[in-house]
Design a protein. Structure first.
Length: 410
């Protein structure tokens, strides 16, 4: 099967994964903010418990709980609505009852002090945790800003910057360093894309001139047979070079995020690439089949058709000599659209799959020794899928051939 290429270093693309990932609630994730809140709140709680213990011990010591009364009843009658004093008894009995009652009152006072202090501690702990959460959020807000900027950069382009304001502290230094890194990355990727695009454009003009001259020469009926044959060979070589240049141009364009998106039905876009490949498939004895169900996505219709065209062409060209087939299907799944191109063909080892997507590389063939293409088909298909927020996966088919799955968000 074609070793269609994998685009080399290109600007970060949205790596949308069709597998649904269940993320924890923001309040349950062990974030730095939560950890700082627990740390500050826990420290306050421990300090409050220690302070409450010290106050309780000092209050108990000041009230002298458990000691005897500083006076004694010698004679007379004593009544109390709080203490349970004996009606008739000796002075010692009255003193013991009075002492027990006073100690009980002191203990009740300490218990009330402890209970109210605990209530106060719980209330202050809630306030401390809430305050610590707010303070931690304010302190870590630059990190959150950097994280959001990094996600937007990875999902769209490299033109966004953090531009953090505030004191010249470690966080601002980190943000400025991140901005400088983005500047260098943007310049590098822009220069790379500009070079590819400019070089490709510059190559198109001489190739077009060569094709015109060769076609004019071949149209001369009086030209010698040897020169005519040479002209046809040169024309085929020139056509191959033009395909390479066009592939490089498309690869450079597809490395950019798609800005203008329109509804595109994969079921309507697939038949056109199939029609363009029917003649080649009939020549090689390959049957193209499959049912296309409606699957509408947002994107560029021309580029999405190019994905189907490249996959179908590769499936036809890298097939078996007899009784080969190519199956093209589209379907809509929850949250994604799926384009599947499977075919018969030579057995492809699983460890060779990644090599199929690298530019100018094919399975067990050199890029200069094949007439099946220029080695950019799968690289372009993968770049276009990434630019649309999707991905393409190749899997070896049992019995030989490949199954190509293109998943795109809807």
């Amino acid at each position: 099967m074609p070793n269609s290429p994998a685009a080399p270093a290109a600007p970060p693309k949205p790596t949308w994964d069709p597998k649904s990932s269940e993320s924890l609630s923001p309040l349950l994730r062990p974030t730095i903010r939560i950890r700082l809140t627990l740390l500050y709140g826990g420290m306050f709680l421990i300090a409050g418990i220690l302070l409450l213990t010290i106050i309780y011990m000092l209050a108990a010591q000041a009230l002298n709980v458990g000691v005897e009364l500083p006076f004694k009843i010698v004679a007379g009658s004593v009544t109390s609505e709080v203490c349970n004093l004996p009606k008739n008894g000796t002075a010692d009995q009255f003193n013991a009852a009075m002492n027990s009652c006073v100690n009980h009152q002191r203990q009740q006072a300490l218990d009330h002090l402890l209970a109210r202090s605990l209530y106060a501690l719980v209330g202050l702990s809630i306030i401390a945790f809430a305050f610590g959460y707010a303070v931690a959020g304010r302190v870590l807000s630059p990190l959150g800003r950097m994280t959001r900027t990094a996600r937007r950069v990875a999902g769209t382009d490299l033109t966004r910057r953090i531009e953090l304001d505030g004191p010249d502290d470690e966080l601002k230094e980190l943000a400025d360093t991140f901005d400088e890194m983005l500047d260098r990355l943007e310049r590098a990727f822009t220069a790379q894309q500009r070079f590819v695009a400019n070089a490709s454009h510059e190559l198109r003009t001489p190739l077009a001139i060569n094709r015109t001259l060769l076609e004019v020469h071949l149209s001369d009926p009086g030209a010698p047979v040897e020169l005519t044959q040479l002209g046809k060979t040169l024309l085929a070589t020139n056509e191959r070079s033009e395909q390479l240049v066009e592939g490089l141009l498309l690869l450079a364009r597809s490395d950019n995020q798609i800005v203008e998106r329109k509804p595109v039905d994969l079921a309507e876009g697939a038949p056109r690439p199939i029609d363009q490949t029917l003649a080649e498939a009939a020549e090689k004895g390959v049957e193209i089949r499959g049912e296309q169900s409606p699957a509408v996505v947002q994107g560029n219709g021309i580029l999405l058709e190019r994905i189907a065209l490249n996959l179908v062409q590769n499936a036809v060209r890298y097939n078996v000599a007899e009784d080969g087939w190519v199956e093209v299907t589209t379907e809509l799944q929850p949250g994604q659209a799926l384009l599947v191109v499977s075919n018969t063909g030579p057995v492809v080892p699983a460890y060779e799959i990644d090599n199929l997507f690298e530019p100018f590389r094919r399975l067990r063939t050199e890029r200069t020794g094949s007439d099946k293409g220029v080695g950019l088909g799968l690289s372009i298909a993968r770049s276009v899928a990434r630019a649309h927020g999707g991905r393409i996966i190749a899997e070896p088919r049992e019995g030989g051939g490949l199954v190509m799955r293109v998943t795109l968000p809807v």
